[in-house]
Design a protein. Structure first.
Length: 476
């Protein structure tokens, strides 16, 4: 007797932001359909949308994340750059004051980052993902609870704009609703065990503002003044990112006791109080394009779904691991998690028992690497809510600080730190014999007495900018 062919799996993604659309891209080739449920309307151009407050702050997409997105959705990088995003070479495309001093800029490219507004980053990914066969967006539709049992999730109930509710069945549900995810409560309602959680909170507050740059931003560097957790008092930091439209996105931050405010006339004043006044000096020559935007929900929060035994449910991005935005790893970790999900789905049935747990473990690996980078620093700031550093933590911190100081004049260490920071490799690279030997030797050259600016970058500070920032050679 003939049998009916088995229907391919149906996937339901809760959340239409970056993580949700990347999850759709990862699972579309292995599914009959992927429905993305998003509570807000989503624009079809790179413009602001509701439900993405972090879009008002600086975002760096590190090479590890950009490469993962390009693998999931080929052509996305071309869309970003075509719309005005910048590809910034690291380290020579960064003017950066680390806790160990100013970095030199006379070396070849080790890695890169994509610098763009968050709205542009999300738009390109969303456009690409929604063009895939079987992917459908259900906008202005809010998930309200999960369907299933304590052992398996089988879908979700959603509420439409008119208030009516609908039960959507699925073979796999992906939660990508972000930091405010209610999935732990929804799973508890099904009788599933509580999801354990780890929180490390340095109390970071962000204040950001867009500026019209006083110079053509083609080839313009990222300017970054980092906090130093070894100093007394709050940790303050700032970044200028060149973004589309000839603009700068500027973000300033401070831990407990040193927070920036939303007052427009105190923005540059705060920047002038950083470990270097360089950012403030550039802002004096730029035109603000709007008010200051402030964010305070910045704690590192890790929900350990990889320990769950519930089938049919996966969490991706901030829903599982939310990171302090200071280190710029959130988008990249989510992208690498989606790539791991795609690769696992390609090797087996996504409805099979145990698939969700294996997938969650695969997703958690790049997130864990980014987590260690963030909490290793945040736990050291005064007033941080975190487990007290142990001897091994203090020893690791001393070694990393030694590496950071050495990196100011040693390309071997710069390359290793950059590979780790961009999530192209794990922290194990910092224990390579070449890196250990370089750390033992220490800095090869005396520290720079100021930022390594090229003539075009110096000209802006003299109110006489050159036509293009990349037309002049950089001094060592």
């Amino acid at each position: 007797m003939a049998t009916t062919p088995r229907t391919r799996p149906r996937v339901l993604v809760l959340g239409g932001g970056l993580s949700g659309t990347l999850a759709a891209a990862a699972l579309a080739p292995h599914s009959e359909s992927v429905d993305i449920v998003e509570r807000h309307a989503l624009p079809d151009t790179p413009r602001p949308r509701r439900g993405l407050p972090q879009a008002g702050h600086a975002h760096m997409l590190w090479a590890g994340g950009a490469d993962a997105i390009e693998s999931l959705l080929p052509g996305t990088t071309r869309m970003w750059l075509g719309a005005g995003a910048h590809r910034v070479s690291i380290p020579n495309g960064m003017v950066s004051l680390s806790p160990g001093g100013w970095y030199r800029r006379c070396w070849p490219e080790a890695q890169y980052l994509i610098s763009a507004g968050r709205d542009l980053v999300d738009w390109a990914v969303r456009s690409q993902a929604l063009a895939l066969a079987g992917v459908r967006l259900r906008a202005e539709t809010e998930p309200v609870r999960l369907l299933g049992t304590r052992a398996r999730v089988t879908g979700a109930v959603v509420r439409h704009r008119d208030g009516t509710e609908e039960a959507l069945e699925a073979d796999l549900v992906v939660d990508a609703t972000g930091r405010s995810s209610r999935a732990p409560d929804w799973l508890a309602e099904l009788g599933a065990p509580a999801v354990t959680e780890t929180v490390v909170d340095a109390g970071v507050t962000y204040a950001s503002r867009r500026y019209k740059a006083p110079v053509d931003t083609a080839g313009w560097p990222v300017i970054n003044v980092q906090a130093d957790a070894r100093l007394e008092g709050a940790g303050t930091a700032g970044t200028i990112l060149p973004v589309e439209g000839g603009e700068w996105m500027v973000s300033l931050s401070g831990t407990r006791g040193g927070e920036p405010t939303s007052e427009d006339d105190r923005f540059t004043e705060f920047a002038r109080g950083l470990r270097s006044p360089l950012i403030a000096e550039y802002l004096d020559r730029a035109e603000p394009l709007g008010p200051v935007t402030v964010a305070r929900n910045t704690a590192n929060r890790r929900r350990h779904y990889e320990r769950s035994r519930v089938d049919g449910f996966i969490a991706l991005g901030d829903s599982a691991t939310a990171l302090n935005p200071l280190y710029g790893h959130g988008m990249s970790a989510a992208a690498q998690g989606a790539l791991a999900l795609r690769d696992l789905a390609a090797r087996g049935d996504i409805t099979a028992p145990g698939f969700a747990r294996r997938a969650q473990r695969a997703i958690s690996r790049p997130a864990a690497a980014a987590w260690l980078l963030a909490v290793g620093q945040d736990a050291l700031f005064p007033g941080a809510i975190a487990r007290k550093p142990r001897f091994a933590d203090r020893l690791t911190s001393r070694y990393v600080n030694r590496l950071i100081t050495t990196a100011c004049s040693d390309f071997t260490v710069v390359a290793a730190l950059t590979d780790v920071m961009t999530l192209q490799t794990t922290g194990a690279a910092l224990a390579h014999p070449r890196v250990l030997l370089a750390a033992l030797r220490g800095p090869k050259l005396p520290p720079l007495d100021g930022p390594a600016l090229n003539p075009a970058e110096e000209a802006v500070l003299l109110d006489g900018p050159s036509p293009r920032a990349d037309d002049a050679g950089r001094r060592p």
